[in-house]
Ligand binder design. Sequence first.
Ligand code: AMP
Length: 177
Amino acid sequence: MPNPVTTAEIAAAIRNVPDFPKPGIQFKDITPVLADARLFAGTIDLLTENFSPGEIDAVVGIDARGFIFAAAAALKLEAGFVPVRKKGKLPHTTHEEDYALEYGHATIAMHIDALKPGARVLLIDDLLATGGTAAAAVSLVKKLGAEILEVNFLIELKFLDGRAKLKDLPIRSLVTY
Ligand code: AMP
């Protein structure tokens, strides 16, 4: 794939779906990005560009769209993949965090032995809105004593100022609204 993918190309492929899953929400649909082999690979290249294999121990992905990007990034970085899941889905003992969403409330969970203390973590989700989900995931990673090197999003809704909830962490987003 000779031409590097630009963030403008990714932005052009993201589909805005008004009033999903409820009135007033402008849902950012990333499935057209995933369906395009070049865009998907280029997105993973951009999300991982600050690191080389060996520099990250685990890529943590957030349920559910975050898994897609985090798992692919983990393969590229030769790192493990660790899921942060919605409450009640992980089979082993978990740590849990409650948080508020742009639409609703939720609890996320991570296995208590998912990360070793001091593990170097790249945290990835598809979209940063109010920051509640990512902040809860950060708390879970920190509970295990791991170190977050970067928090990456495909999309950031700047007007919701989710970054304010992720103070002191390096945050990157590829496409902003
Ligand atoms: P928040 O906790 O408010 O930052 O919400 C982020 C989470 O909710 C991410 O996991 C997103 O997948 C999802 N999300 C929130 N708002 C949207 C949106 N407008 N379009 C697509 N996904 C969204």
